[in-house]
Ligand binder design. Sequence first.
Ligand code: DX5
Ligand code: ZN
Length: 228
Amino acid sequence: MLEKNKKSNVVICPSVLSADFSKLAEDLETVNSADWIHFDVMDGHYVPNISFGPLIAEAVKPYSDLKLDVHLMVDEPDKWLEPFAEAGADSLVIHQEVTIHAHRSIQQIKELGCSAGMAINPGTPIETLSEYLPYLDLVLIMTVNPGFGGQSYIKTMDDKIQRMRKMIDNSGYDIFLQVDGGISRNNIENVAKCGANAFVAGSGIFSKEDRPAEIALLRELAEKGYKG
Ligand code: DX5
Ligand code: ZN
């Protein structure tokens, strides 16, 4: 299960996609001061790229002290819930666009002992999430079109995050609002101001020489912006 950081009102989630795959264990150790490892699963159908599966999740798990946050960018997420839970996932985040019986999928995620998340692409309205809020631990607003690391944050997502924050607050449920794509020191404070409190960063962290310092900076800026 995902956890809040007891000393901070925001969580920082380095994305493995931007790590050096030839030395994953070593790279993961450099980001241990963050909160959750974000694990991007891509199947080459739902998104135009292929990344990694449960075997890699299982292999990297012992090399990190952090929670394993699994983002399933796949056409048939239901097939992969159990394998990733067994591989050590703490969360399973499914995309609203491909999940037909989402309520059932969320129940299954909970039965597997994981936190349940639902993600939406930049073009998907936040209203598609409204019926699921009572059951979700996390909502993920994609701030780029999924498939690749290193893309630019889509500026119009500011407004969408603000509306999602209002929707969550009005619901009264305790749900993380996560953002993913193009997050860096240049925009994290503003994105936090819009209402996000969980921040995925791939290139924004792994492109830096001193990752602990970058994570500390991202956290400081996010805490400054987030008013929750
Ligand atoms: C994009 C992935 C992201 C990606 C973010 O499809 O879901 O998690 O790793 O990478 P950056 O932070 O470089 O945009
Ligand atoms: Zn992701």
